[in-house]
Each structure stands twice: as structure tokens, then as C-alpha cells.
Design a protein around this ligand. Structure first.
Ligand SMILES: [Zn+2]
Length: 129
């Protein structure tokens, strides 16, 4: 036996709609499934944070779902995913700007010069192969 989640009317355990108020009954399983969906999206956003845009969107959905169902794990995953996604998004944008503005060769030259300064034997080591 269960009761309407909206008006409290006694219902058959397999009833989908309330016989009194007519509102749809959402099963507990569905709520758990949605919570897990949020958590899955949060984890997805962490694992794939190096991709542009998509994990950023997923992490926001995870945060929304996590706060809606009050699930701390989903919220934490969502926030970690969001921070990582923003970081990598910034990196992607930086690289795109660097390529478009012709800064990349300068950047590579700068980095290789930096490498030569700190690892002077690197060139010999690499050319020994
Ligand atoms: Zn009802």
C-alpha cells in the first residue's frame, strides 16, 4: 500500500496516477536513478575535463541535479568537474589564441630556450637516439 505524494490519498501500490487528485506518482526508484545520473555526469566531467565545452555543461547539470536532490557526492563531483573544465577551457582558448595570433612559434622558442637553460644536456640526450 502507498499514498499519493501530493494529497496523501491511499493508492494501490502499482498506481501511476492518484485516484483523488489525478497527479502522477513518481516512484522512489526514479529519484535514485536521477541522483545516479547526476553523479555519473559529475564523474564524466572530471574524467573528460580536457575536452572543450561538453564536460563544462555536464558538470553544471551535475551541480543542478546534486543540489536538487541534495546529494553531496554529486555536488562535489560537479564542482570538481566544473573547476577542471574551466581550467582546460581556458587552456584551449589560450592555445587557440596563441595559434591564431602567431604566438605559438614564439612560445615554443621561449620554452625550448627555457629547456636549454635548465636542461643543457637535453639536446645531446635527445640526439643520441
Ligand atoms: Zn493525490
Amino acid at each position: 500500500m502507498k499514498y499519493c505524494i501530493h494529497c496523501g490519498q491511499e493508492l494501490d501500490s502499482d498506481a501511476v496516477f492518484c485516484t483523488k487528485c489525478g497527479k502522477k506518482q513518481i516512484s522512489e526508484n526514479k529519484g535514485v536513478k536521477q541522483e545516479n545520473e547526476g553523479l555519473a555526469l559529475g564523474i564524466f566531467s572530471i574524467v573528460f575535463c580536457w575536452l572543450p565545452i561538453l564536460p563544462f555543461v555536464f558538470s553544471i547539470i551535475a551541480i543542478v541535479k546534486g543540489s536538487k536532490h541534495n546529494v553531496l557526492g554529486t555536488l562535489i563531483c560537479g564542482y570538481i568537474g566544473l573547476i577542471l573544465s574551466i581550467g582546460f577551457l581556458a587552456f584551449h582558448i589560450f592555445m587557440i589564441v596563441a595559434v591564431l595570433s602567431g604566438m605559438l612559434p614564439m612560445l615554443i622558442e621561449y620554452l625550448s630556450r627555457l629547456g636549454e637553460t635548465y636542461f643543457p644536456n637535453m639536446q645531446n640526450y635527445l640526439s643520441s637516439f
